[in-house]
Design a protein around this ligand. Structure first.
Ligand SMILES: Nc1ncnc2c1ncn2[C@@H]1O[C@H](COP(=O)(O)OP(=O)(O)O)[C@@H](O)[C@H]1O
Ligand SMILES: Cc1ncc(COP(=O)(O)O)c(CN)c1O
Length: 306
């Protein structure tokens, strides 16, 4: 069966973020991916220099119109990431609404990219659009801790806070929420980072059950870029295969990313040389190259049901 994804994200010439991070892993798992490049940059913005072009809301509309005129605007999934312009994001909202009309079972996977570690790296006026227009349309939401705090206006200091915040995010719309990384302490020590997920499932009789999970992920000692984009794409794939089992979907997602990060850090340390910190170029993800990379990761990270 064909499963078609519309992915609206960044493109970079060198390296892996946005569509470069999401497209191939989805294709290798059998998904058809139609991609719109929200920006085309030389490389991600963590390098000393970056150059390129930004797609305007009007240009996005034109691309969508072409798709629509050919009557090929039927998608099973829409996936969105980094956007730094209000009119562009508003246009994305309009397109999602139309796509949902064309397919009432369309699933929208939203990574509400706004910032990290207490700082916003997109203009602040994007927050109310995410809050009021984007998140209510999403079925699956993958904020990091800071983005979840921004969307709900509540701080996360304990696991209970995280659970409360995920419930508030459910109330805004999405039935699946994953906090992709938090600074909560792990029971396994400071060499682990904690991610949490929550899935509300409506049973045929109308009652709602909720699965909540927690993952302790072994830290790889570097700051990577493009991992959030890979996370959202992998979660899309694995929730497609395991729609009512967030534990399994998250385990498969995180294990594949960990495999990529281990390979990346090994390579980066080797090329940087002993005692040297790898550069952004050396830390570019050593990306998924085959289905085996995803299906046979070097370690399997298990999630715990809360
Ligand atoms: N330094 C790291 N060590 C181990 N895993 C990491 C590291 N950085 C990212 N990851 C993995 O990538 C996923 C997404 O990372 P995150 O930092 O939350 O993305 P974002 O870019 O959206 O903030 C995490 O859930 C984790 O599995
Ligand atoms: C152009 C571009 N697109 C996307 C991202 C998002 O990367 P990540 O998956 O690490 O959130 C970045 C990182 N700043 C970026 O520079």
């Amino acid at each position: 069966m064909e499963c078609r994804v519309l992915s609206i994200q960044s493109h970079v010439v060198r390296g892996y973020v946005g569509n470069k991070s999401a497209t191939f892993p989805l294709q290798v798992l059998g998904f058809e991916v139609d991609s719109i490049n929200s920006v085309q940059f030389s490389n991600h913005t963590g390098y000393d220099h970056w150059k390129g072009q930004v797609l305007t809301a009007e240009e996005l509309k034109v691309l969508y119109e072409g798709i629509k005129l050919n009557k090929v605007n039927r998608y099973d999934y829409i996936l969105t990431g980094y956007s730094r312009d209000t009119s562009f994001l508003e246009m994305v909202v309009d397109i999602i609404k139309e796509l949902k009309k064309a397919n009432s079972s369309l699933v929208y996977v939203c990574d509400p990219v706004m910032g990290d570690q207490g700082a916003m790296y997109v203009p602040e006026n994007l927050l109310p659009i995410y809050k009021n227009k984007v998140v209510p349309l999403a079925e699956i939401l993958t904020p990091n801790q800071f983005e979840a705090e921004l969307l709900t206006g509540r701080k996360i200091c304990t696991e209970d806070d995280a659970i409360k915040v995920m419930d508030l995010l459910h109330d805004m719309g999405p039935e699946t929420v994953v906090l992709t990384s938090t600074d909560l302490p792990s029971k396994h020590g400071d060499q682990f980072l904690v991610a949490l997920g929550s899935q509300r499932i409506r049973k045929p009789d109308g009652t709602i059950t909720c699965q909540k999970i927690c993952m302790d992920i072994p830290k790889v000692d570097a700051a990577f870029v493009g991992t959030g984009d890979l996370f959202a794409a992998m979660l899309l794939a694995w929730t497609y295969h395991h729609p009512k089992d967030l534990k399994t979907a998250c385990e498969k997602t995180v294990s594949a990313i960990h495999h990529v990060l281990k390979r990346t850090i090994t390579y980066a340390n080797e090329v940087a040389g002993p005692g040297n910190k790898p550069s952004p170029a050396q830390l570019e993800l050593r990306m998924i190259q085959s289905k085996a990379d995803i299906e046979n990761p070097s370690i399997v990270i298990e999630a715990k049901v809360l």
